[in-house]
Design a protein around this ligand. Structure first.
Ligand SMILES: [Zn+2]
Length: 129
């Protein structure tokens, strides 16, 4: 009775674990931000009902804008992580999308969803990460 490797849920690849952990953290962050955003929206409605010139109202508006931006960034990050997990399934994970070299494992540890090696990322600063 040989053990079936498909029965093993845990990937031996530490980068895979880092990605999964990063994904869980990002999903948790989006949940927390979304809950906070809902609370701020409620508070904004209350503040507006009380007095539309209430200074608290503008503070809430600023926080609301920041939260919306944070949720956006976190969703983009989640997309990147999901794309990295897909690449892992295809076996192309850990290769630079631009020049094809193997990405430094230390870089992958810090930025598990990165698509580029450090050299290409430096040459294309417009890209995220
Ligand atoms: Zn590269």
């Amino acid at each position: 009775m040989d053990p079936d490797p498909d029965d093993l849920d845990v990937s031996p690849n530490p980068s895979g674990e880092a990605l999964t952990a990063e994904r869980e953290r990002t999903v948790g962050l989006i949940d927390a931000l979304t809950a906070r955003l809902a609370a701020v929206i409620d508070a904004t409605a209350d503040a507006a009902a009380d007095d539309e010139h209430d200074p608290e109202g503008s503070t809430l508006a600023v926080e609301r804008g920041q939260l919306v931006a944070q949720v956006e960034r976190s969703r983009v990050r989640l997309d990147e992580i999901d794309a990295a997990l897909l690449r892992m399934g295809e076996g192309s994970y850990g290769r630079c999308e631009t020049c094809g070299v193997a990405i430094d494992p230390e870089r992958l540890e810090v930025l598990p969803a990165t698509r580029q090696c450090v050299g290409c990322a430096a040459r294309h600063p417009a890209r995220r990460w």
